[in-house]
Write a protein that binds this ligand. Structure first.
Ligand code: UN1
Length: 512
């Protein structure tokens, strides 16, 4: 095995410890299993990552608790300074880390760089936020009383992230949590441990140089045992989980059983509606980026398309032309000329092919792609456009984490909105229209039921400034911008009596 140049550019070796224990120490445990992340472009193993043991985990939690005791007393703007250093370090490493994300996850180099940009952006956002963790003041009903609320750090935050955003989702959680005064412990996807290790090294070095305590810890699990310990651990105040609805449901139930908090970012089944007034010069590229970007492995990927019947044939033919262009630019994701890389794993390819078979068996017509590129190494597929299925078809209702776009026709906008809402998931949605009334109808309370609803923008590619997340089986969590920070803090309501009397609320009399 020869070391890939993208790894050496970040100072990584063929054998890495997957456990950051704090105190500038990476675990030397070698009997807890090994992760072997695979290059999805070639099928070759990229390196070996030593997994963490139960005793590593215990050390991490104990050190994180000790760190929290110090960090919670550190003024929030000072906490912001720590994250400013992390964002600056990421700026310096953007190209190298973006390449590693492309290499290990398989997304295109511009999307890998974009993911690192999201980390930088959330870092900047967190720095500003560190001076804006506002509470409200209320008017007390009692004379001589003052009432207000304040937000305190919550404690240890657990982050379980998925392979598709191997670094940005960690930053969304850990940077906001850090300015909130929390300490985070990260368990990344076993498919992308190297991107996680590199991110930890970059940020922890920056924290150390700035004289800050350990805020970020990391462990990697070779099986699922430690992950379960983590989810069940009462010392972890909040578990932020990104992944499938199936696993997320289990995480949510287990955390609820111990009265902990969870933040769930689960599956999506995102749709775009294209009405008869839409500007197709914008709609077509937005649909194609939404459907084939990250090879269909974003939770915000466009999976369903509802097109007004009057322009249906035109849209379908334009899409097929665009897909033919994409097919010419499928290849090594670290080459910036390519638009689409491989799927992250062979399991992903199997899921893609099984969905195509199921679509065909249900009467679906494959208008474009729908095949694995089995003449090449790696996990490459041709993205699929499928017509002829109703929104109610089982496969259309299901999130297949691969580039498959189901295209359907509609006549009335109300029907299109009903269909777009009629799935178990509720993450992202959008409409392409130049008609103000239809745009507003889509955004109204009776419109899209998703956490994200856009006009003349696709379903993927959300900015960090807004709250990110969705309804129904997407899990209800919100991360990133707006007031999502509140999930990482505990609210305390304070009433102070500065009078000489003791009036009770609601005018209750209690005379001794
Ligand atoms: C995800 O798909 O897991 O909106 C997150 C987007 C990105 C985040 C996606 N900013 O596509």
């Amino acid at each position: 095995m020869s070391l890939h140049p993208v790894l050496s550019a970040l100072g990584l070796s063929e054998n890495e410890s997957g456990t950051y224990l704090g105190n500038d120490e990476w675990s030397k445990t070698s009997d807890a299993g090994v992760l072997e992340p695979v290059n999805p472009t070639t099928g070759d193993v990229l390196g070996k990552v030593l997994a963490s043991s139960q005793s590593d985990y215990d050390t991490i939690v104990e050190r994180a608790q000790a760190s929290f005791k110090v960090w919670r007393k550190t003024p929030a703007p000072r906490r912001g300074e720590a994250i400013r250093l992390c964002a600056d370090a990421l700026r310096a490493h953007k190209d190298a880390l973006g390449s590693l994300v492309a290499l290990e996850m398989g997304k295109s180099k511009p999307e890998g760089d974009g993911e690192v940009q999201e980390m930088i952006d959330i870092g900047d956002f967190a720095v500003g936020l560190s001076r804006q963790l506002y509470g409200l003041t209320m008017h007390s009903e009692r004379p001589g009383h003052r009432m207000y609320e304040q937000w305190h750090p919550l404690g240890l935050i657990g982050i379980i992230s998925a392979f598709n955003f191997p670094v940005a989702v960690w930053a969304w959680n850990s940077f906001i949590a850090a300015v909130c005064g929390d300490v985070t412990i990260w368990k990344p996807s076993p498919k992308t441990p190297l991107s996680a290790i590199a991110s930890m090294k970059i940020c922890n070095e920056a924290l150390k140089a700035g004289g800050f305590p350990d805020l970020f810890f990391l462990f990697n699990d070779a099986g699922t045992e430690l992950a379960q310990t983590f989810v069940d651990d009462k010392r972890i105040a909040l578990v932020s989980f990104t992944g499938s609805t199936k696993v997320g449901r289990n995480v949510g139930e287990r955390v609820a059983a111990r009265m902990g908090r969870s933040l769930l970012e689960l599956g999506g089944n995102n749709a775009i509606i294209v009405d008869e007034s839409a500007d197709l010069k914008m709609a077509i590229p937005a649909i194609v980026f939404g459907a084939v970007g990250t090879a269909g492995q974003r939770c915000t990927t466009t999976r369903r398309l509802f097109v007004h019947e009057s322009i249906y044939d035109d849209v379908l033919s334009k899409l097929k032309t665009a897909y033919a262009q994409v097919e010419k630019k499928i290849g090594d994701p670290t080459d910036p000329a390519n638009l689409m890389g491989p799927l992250n794993s062979q399991d992903g390819v199997k899921g893609f092919l099984a969905a195509i078979e199921k679509a065909k068996a249900s009467g679906g017509i494959i208008e474009s792609g729908g095949k694995a590129l089995s003449d090449r190494k790696g996990n490459f597929v041709l993205p699929a456009i499928v017509t002829g299925l109703a929104n109610t078809a089982e496969i259309v209702q299901h999130e297949t984490f691969a580039p498959i776009l189901y295209v359907m026709k509609y006549r009335d906008l109300d029907d299109a909105i009903d269909m777009q809402n009629d799935v178990p998931q509720g993450l992202s949605s959008s409409i392409f229209t130049t008609n103000l009334k239809r745009a507003e109808a889509f955004l109204a309370a009776s419109g899209s039921d998703c956490g994200i609803a856009n006009v003349n923008i696709g379903t993927s590619g959300a900015e960090i400034g807004g709250a990110f997340g969705g309804e129904k089986e997407t899990g209800g969590g919100r991360e990133s911008g707006s007031d999502a920070w509140r999930a990482y803090m505990r609210r305390q309501t304070n009433t102070i009596n500065y009078s000489d009397a003791l009036p009770l609320a609601q005018g209750i009399k209690f005379d001794l």
